[in-house]
Design a protein around this ligand. Sequence first.
Ligand code: NDP
Length: 263
Amino acid sequence: MKLFAIFGDPVEHSRSPLMHNSVFKNLNYKACYTRVHLKDGSKLKETFFNLGLSGANVTVPHKEAAFEACDEVRGFAKTVGVVNTLVNENGKLIGYNTDADGFMYAIEEFGEVKDVLILGAGGTAKALASRFMQDKINVTVINRSENRLAYFKDIGLTCQTWDSYKTSKYDLVVNTTSAGLKDEDLPAPQEIISDMLNNTSFAADAIYGKLTPFLKMAKEKKITYKDGADMLLGQGVLANEYFTCKELDTDDIKSHMSKSFEL
Ligand code: NDP
């Protein structure tokens, strides 16, 4: 029996155990997935191996710590320095990022998107910004604090803080901050959020399972919006493929993960 887990702080809200266990149970894969509340990201690697895990997901705020903890980082995660999926490969910790492709899957229904405003400058913002750049999408990043914008400036993106916010037209505004996750905060002052929503066609939030204050405002303004549930599904399917070394059929994984959302 293989054991998998999600690490985070907070982690109680995570649907990942339900999603992965639904796949394992229904496809008779001998594995179990649990959650680990980890406060200190520097303890990630030792906790992973002490628990005898075969793989794990990593959520807020440890994705950058997960990158540091890896013996080897593969694919897109190398570009962004952010890891959300860990695999134990013969005692070595291998890191991947499945968030960005999960998000691209989620916004397919919005059609072509050319200009995006990202709220937040954490791990998820880095992954999405770099992924958007791959598709030649124009990206602007706005964050509460200036220091975390350095990465985005270095890769040539337009960056703003609340003080330097300027009105511009966007196809999509996406909230990647954790404002609204365990509180009822907006990701920026109300007048700024209101203005950006007045100038976008679509709004998306990485947070799932609740109508955040950000999405509530988008709804009031009758803007097409979506929460992070499809992103969660997309990243989960890709992570499960890494966990099971592609032994399971992708459509089967997707189907059982989707069903777990109805529980
Ligand atoms: P990080 O901790 O790396 O980054 C958090 C960001 O949020 C920082 O830019 C921080 O700003 C900002 N922030 C936090 N609180 C506030 C606030 N009250 N007001 C304004 N800005 C704030 O987090 P992650 O990037 O790992 O995750 C971000 C969110 O995305 C989480 O809610 C997570 O649950 C969600 N997520 C969902 C996924 C899905 O599958 N649906 C996948 C990945 C993430 P500052 O720099 O100023 O501190």
